[in-house]
Ligand binder design. Structure first.
Ligand SMILES: [Mn+2]
Length: 383
């Protein structure tokens, strides 16, 4: 193709798509980021969506909430302390890594790769442009870094409840996996009428009943609230050395699940569909949680509990896309937990986390494109 023909085709395509001419501006010393898309000077909002801070009216279909909570303080690699119980070491502890309290900011920086400012949120593999169908906002972080565990739980739940009451789907950036319990408590406070099902991508069952507020007992909190029946919780991607005896509880509660071996045998799409059938039987809405330790450390270096032979990044994206697009009930919330930027490699893991959130938003956009009225639980009549 000669240069004249090349330029003619570019000009025709640009005219057809309405593309503007790109002008290279001088480098802005302040980073060029406008105040309404920045949480702090060096932290953008997620995908540079408009900033609507907690406590102000939220007008959105989807709202990003940061929960920079971590309940375990590492004193040395043989002993861990639960927040609020300093001085009482847990002698059984084997958790050499932390840093999830720094995750929301790191994930937001990683999300710049998918900025609405670059492309309007266009995702070529899905064939959808986010901003054509959805209004996405970032409400910032709930103040959960100080205080007791109980105070953090209540503050986080109220932040998520605020989003749900405004009619938006909350997407929560953890924090350790305790944040799933906090977010579900918020959903339940705002919509006590809803029975939910949940799918979690996780290497671990996390069905402990103690300590009451913790990164392994948050499902127990949801079971006790009555919003989630154990038979509607479907963990997928279970693997490795850390079953910890809780598989007996899983059997006793009849929790359906799929391991990495099931994914190897059946493929991730079939496993995602199995999880959808199990989680959404006789419920009003679906909640999805992603614990990044389900991902192979090769694809997610920012691991607190690294364990080889996990899901590929593409399996995670395909699972999320399948679940959100094919769920027979609306999505009532999504979260991502246990990412630690302290162990990441040049932000690659942060970008993978951001991408997983973009996949979920893309799935919501597809749902809304297909059914504009019944796209969220808050606009659907409930029994
Ligand atoms: Mn886990």
């Amino acid at each position: 193709m000669d240069i004249d023909e090349l330029e003619r085709r570019y000009a025709d395509a640009a005219a057809k798509a309405g593309n503007k001419t790109t002008e290279v501006a001088p480098v802005a010393l302040d980073g060029g980021m406008s105040y309404d898309t920045a949480i702090a000077l060096d932290v953008p909002t997620f995908i540079e969506a408009p900033f609507q801070p907690l406590g102000t009216p939220i007008e959105a279909d989807v709202a990003i909430v940061g929960l920079p909570y971590e309940g375990i303080v590492q004193i040395d690699h043989r002993r861990k302390f639960f927040r609020g119980t300093a001085g009482v070491p847990n002698p059984d502890a084997m958790r050499p890594r932390h840093g999830a309290y720094d995750s929301p900011a790191a994930i937001r920086v990683g999300s710049l790769a998918y900025s609405l400012g670059f492309s309007g949120g266009e995702i070529p593999e899905i064939g959808v442009k986010l901003t054509d169908h959805l209004r996405v906002v970032d409400v910032g972080d709930a103040d959960v870094r100080g205080g007791t565990m109980e105070e953090a739980w209540d503050t986080a739940a109220e932040a998520v409840a605020e989003v749900v009451r405004a009619g938006a789907v909350p997407i929560t950036l953890g924090g350790d996996h305790t944040i799933t319990g906090m977010a579900l408590a918020g959903v339940h406070a705002a919509r006590p009428d809803l029975r939910i099902g949940a799918i979690v991508l996780d290497s671990h069952f996390d069905v402990a009943d103690q300590p009451k507020i913790g990164a392994s007992a948050f499902w127990y909190s949801a079971f006790r609230s009555g919003m989630l029946d154990p038979t509607n919780l479907c963990p997928i991607g279970i693997r490795g050395k850390t079953l910890g005896g809780w598989d007996a509880v899983v059997d006793a509660l009849e929790i359906p699940y799929r391991t990495m071996a099931d994914i190897d045998r059946d493929g991730i799409v079939e496993v995602a569909r199995y999880a959808l059938r199990a989680a959404t039987a006789d419920v009003d809405a679906l909640y999805v949680s992603l614990d990044v330790d389900v991902i192979d450390p090769a694809f997610q270096p920012g691991q607190k509990l690294p364990d080889g032979a996990g899901m590929t990044a593409r399996e995670v994206m395909l699972a999320l896309r399948t679940m959100v697009a094919e769920s027979p009930v609306p999505l009532i919330g999504f979260d991502v937990a246990e990412y630690s930027p302290h162990y990441d490699f040049r932000h690659h893991g942060a970008v993978t986390v951001a991408r997983s959130v973009v996949e979920v938003i893309g799935g919501l956009a597809l749902r809304k494109a297909a059914a504009p009225v019944a796209a969220t639980a808050t606009t659907e009549p409930t029994a």
